[in-house]
Unconditional design. Structure first.
Length: 354
């Protein structure tokens, strides 16, 4: 790839990894086997699971799940295809390179002017077509239809990605329903928000970094969508900021587990009962790392605001409503150029209580 550490893009000192990082540090591990067993209708077993989900979302906003129903065979297939694609010549990968017209496909730090992250990426949507507000400077609220760009090589790439997407989407909806129950809401209260979802999957490749003390795989951030379901390999490198003391905690890889984190939208829907956690990815000088996050996002036309069942006089709304499509557009546009303003955050919609 020809990556070089550009000292102009060196992260401020507080963004760099500390010399000592706590391993695991109490990150919840939740067994979802009750959902895939004969005990799925057992109120007591389900109640225990919901209590675990509630505690994990409230205390961390971050947890791992096992016995989740996504087959190991599907995961191995997409991981194999992922490695084959990223090991292709750069010229071949650039045939499916993203641009301002279609933000799907391949990119790396060499063809994105303001990217500070040490990685290369391939993005694809989880359904055949997705409608979003047009990117770039457009008048009114024009819409565009996104379609996936698939490489010719490896030949099994498209099928592996498509089948995996269906399985992980099913898992994501199970988790959304558990989160809804944990908030005291009906199981499917949140499902309709994702009817025309803008969710997508990102294949990440972090090459070995010659100066890991100067770069991050991904800088500290919070996820703007609803829920993230992440598969990471055995190299590790993902770190989450613990709410209780601000320490960075390394998320220890567990074979076949998925890492789940609450996004900004659930933080707003729950009126801050649950909080989107800050996290980052560190790189190393010896081994490459692969990961696959699935970002579950709602329809572009959805207006996000605290759910009416969760607000009252004692607990008034903490956020004014905003349009997800415009929020999503702002984030995507910032990938291609410096906008001259702070990247849009949910904090911009925070209501100051009198």
């Amino acid at each position: 790839m020809g990556f070089e550490v550009d000292t102009a893009f060196v992260q401020p000192i507080e963004h760099r990894p500390k010399l000592t990082i706590l391993e695991a540090g109490g990150i919840p591990l939740i067994d979802l086997s009750v959902l895939n067993s004969q005990n799925s209708d057992d109120p007591e077993a389900l109640s225990g699971l919901i209590t675990e989900i509630e505690a994990a979302c409230q205390d961390w906003g971050f947890f791992q799940v096992i016995n989740h129903g996504v087959s190991s065979e599907l995961r191995r297939r997409i991981e194999t295809a992922q490695k084959k694609f990223f090991h292709l010549a750069l010229e071949e990968k650039h045939k499916v390179r993203r641009d301002m017209v279609n933000p799907l496909g391949y990119y790396d730090s060499e063809n994105t002017k303001n990217v500070r992250d040490w990685k290369e990426v391939f993005d694809f949507i989880i359904q055949d077509e997705t409608v979003i507000p047009s990117l770039g400077e457009t008048e009114n609220q024009e819409l565009q239809v996104l379609r996936n760009r698939w490489p010719d090589y490896p030949p099994e790439f498209r099928q592996a990605c498509s089948e995996y997407a269906r399985a992980v989407k099913k898992l994501a909806f199970k988790l959304v329903e558990l989160i809804s129950l944990s908030l005291g809401l009906p199981e499917k209260r949140l499902n309709d928000f994702f009817k025309d979802n803008t969710g997508f999957i990102r294949l990440n490749h972090y090459p070995p970094c010659p100066s890991p003390h100067l770069a991050l795989g991904v800088g500290r951030h919070k996820d703007g969508g609803a829920l993230t379901v992440l598969a990471q390999d055995d190299v590790g490198g993902l770190e989450v900021k613990r709410k209780t003391d601000g320490e960075w905690i390394r998320v220890k890889p567990i074979p076949d587990a998925y890492i789940i984190n609450v996004g900004d939208i659930i933080q707003v829907w729950s009126n801050e009962k649950y909080e989107s956690p800050e996290h980052r990815v560190v790189v190393n000088s010896e081994r490459e790392r692969f990961s696959i996050p699935f970002f579950l996002n709602p329809a572009h036309y959805l207006r996000v605001k605290p759910l009416e069942e969760l607000v009252d006089e004692q607990n008034p709304p903490k956020y004014s409503e905003y349009n997800w499509g415009e929020f999503f557009k702002s984030r995507k546009n910032s990938n291609f150029k410096k906008l001259g303003v702070e990247n849009l955050q949910i904090s911009h919609f925070k209501i100051t209580q009198q």
